[in-house]
Write a protein that binds this ligand. Structure first.
Ligand SMILES: [Fe+2]
Length: 195
């Protein structure tokens, strides 16, 4: 795997060198995703508004991808007598979140931006707290996932408001759809911890 990765990097570097004589491997690597450009588009937003919408949607993309992976972490690591039920439940929560990774990434690119959608890009900018790696019991995982789903839902609601202020009802509607699903998952999670 590392060998394949090195090989890919050097292939990229060779391609860069062929188009730009001064390019080096490290320059090519550093210049890649640091300052995403905005592609021209006939969509009816100014470039300044599109830049803000892209930034907003990329933040939601990072949080969504991170949240999805964190719920899978619970799915994989939960232990105890309720294992089977919670193992399947966490997988259902993750499955409800996962489609939004693609939909939000494509909203970024629809607006002319570059989707910052790798695992490492998402990890670098996610606003969520890292998932604990020292818990096992069902209640501990339910609480950890509940807290992160709640934090995600709150940040998403702020993004709905921000998209509204930028007068983009389409992005606003997308985030609202996310909100409906996330609030429902929060209800499911809290129902396991109540009563
Ligand atoms: Fe699984």
């Amino acid at each position: 795997m590392p060998r394949a990765s090195r090989s890919d990097s050097s292939t990229t570097a060779r391609r860069s060198t062929s188009t730009s004589s001064a390019a080096t491997k490290s320059v090519a690597r550093k210049s890649a995703p640091t300052k995403p450009k905005l592609y021209p588009s006939k969509i009816d937003f100014s470039d300044a508004t599109r830049t803000k919408l892209v930034e907003l949607a990329n933040q939601r993309l990072a949080d969504t991808f991170d949240l999805y992976s964190q719920v899978k972490q619970a799915h994989w690591n939960v232990k105890g007598l309720d294992f089977q039920q919670l193992h399947e439940f966490f997988d259902a929560v993750a499955a409800a979140i996962e489609p939004f990774v693609d939909v939000i990434a494509e909203r970024v690119t629809t607006l002319g931006g570059i989707a910052m959608g790798t695992v490492r890009m998402a990890a670098a900018t996610s606003t969520l707290k890292e998932y604990p790696n020292d818990i096992a019991a069902g209640t501990a995982h339910l609480e950890a996932v509940r807290d992160r789903v709640a934090a995600y839902g709150a940040a998403n609601r702020k993004a709905i408001e921000a998209a509204g202020k930028l007068e983009d009802p389409t992005t606003e509607d997308l985030f609202t759809e996310v909100s409906r699903v996330i609030d429902l998952q929060l209800y499911f999670l809290e129902s396991h911890l109540q009563g």
